[in-house]
Write a protein that binds this ligand. Sequence first.
Ligand code: 5AD
Ligand code: SF4
Length: 447
Amino acid sequence: MKEVSFDKKYFIETYGCQMNESDTERISGQLEELGYVPADILDDADVVILNTCSIRQNAEEKVYGKIGEVKKLKGKKPGVLLGIAGCMAQENKGKLIERMPVIDFVIGPYHIHDLKDIVSRRGAEGSHVVMTTQMNPNRVNDYSELHSVRKSRIFAWVPIMQGCNKFCTYCIVPYVRGRETSRTIDDICREIEKLAREGYKEINLLGQNVNSYGLDFHDGTDFGSLIHAIDKIDGIKRVRYMTSHPKDMTFGMVDAMAASPKVVRHMHLPVQHGANEILRRMNRGYTIERFKELLKYVREKMPGITVTTDLITGFPGETEDMHEETLTLLKEMKFDSAYTFIYSPRRGTPAARMTNQVSDAVCHRRLQEIMNVENEISLSLNKEMEGKVYTVIAEGETKQNPDNWFGRTSGNKMVIFPKTGSLSVGDILKVRVDTAQTWILKGTIVE
Ligand code: 5AD
Ligand code: SF4
């Protein structure tokens, strides 16, 4: 007989970056405090929240598609609440409801603490609540103390700051997430100590630009000071962090990371483009020469470190020669992987007003060329790992085959290996890499 549940259920779909993943855990926490339980599928939900992303047009289009699905669900099941959270909520505010009255509430990233109130008291269908004021800097610590339902028992996101002050000319983030506001070192360490007591092994420090962490305190605090403080916390084995910024990362910060055995040997360092002229027009604040000098220092201090990057192709005014400079940079820098995006004009950003936009066909061809070059490099770097043994934290069985497990190296490379003996999530293993592919490695547990 089918089990009948009278619990109210929630369904959250998350788009975009890790900050949204982390916010979704906080949103789940708020709903569970109200007695909601997770729904396995959209159709079972009483509350649906889409935690959205505005970084590129295609991210927004996926959300519009999902809103259509929820509209159908509401036709069959009146009373279902639909909330839009995240960056599209913050950017479009009440306009979203004007355009799509099927939405019941719009809640910006800094209003998660208001969610219980909206859903429990004011959330009657059609009441159309909009809450999108910016982060109040005095509340950044309260925000992170909101109850969170974490997906993993081993890995935890830890936001260390909100917002971004960089205003890269293509990017919408500073307009929607507001100015940089850091949490205090004490607050962050308290959260990590608690995670360590609960058995978490790996934390991931989140910020749009972690290298400007603490600068808003104006007291000499920086990312290096945070790393020193976290390094002393027992129980945590790995400290990841993202995203780094080539302009704000100092040699001192690199030294602090290199001195900490817990800080992983992986850095995500977006270069965005290989041509100085484009970097200047992107307002990135560094040249390719400075980028190379920084990366050289990083690699000297942390030998064997995995370095990944982001690239944008088709930025306004990008010529064939400039595109070639990106290909040359890739060959020279040998990133372990590169996330490459076609430039997407964002309303209100300076780049969207630039006249010399690049055609879609050219963007797609350049994207393919970048990926071809990078895939070859990724594969050859992975091949160099064959026969070597790495420390891997076991994450669980693979979807395809329960006899195969997977985990990650400190450098964030995914390794798949046959299960031997009794394995538990979070076990720290030594795994030999046997065969390397572009995206994954296959190996054997040796210890
Ligand atoms: N178009 C394409 N890619 C973008 N990114 C940010 N804004 C845009 C945009 N308008 C990319 C950058 C950034 C990553 C998170 O998304 O490469 O590092
Ligand atoms: Fe956007 Fe630039 Fe800030 Fe990154 S550093 S979030 S790309 S403005």
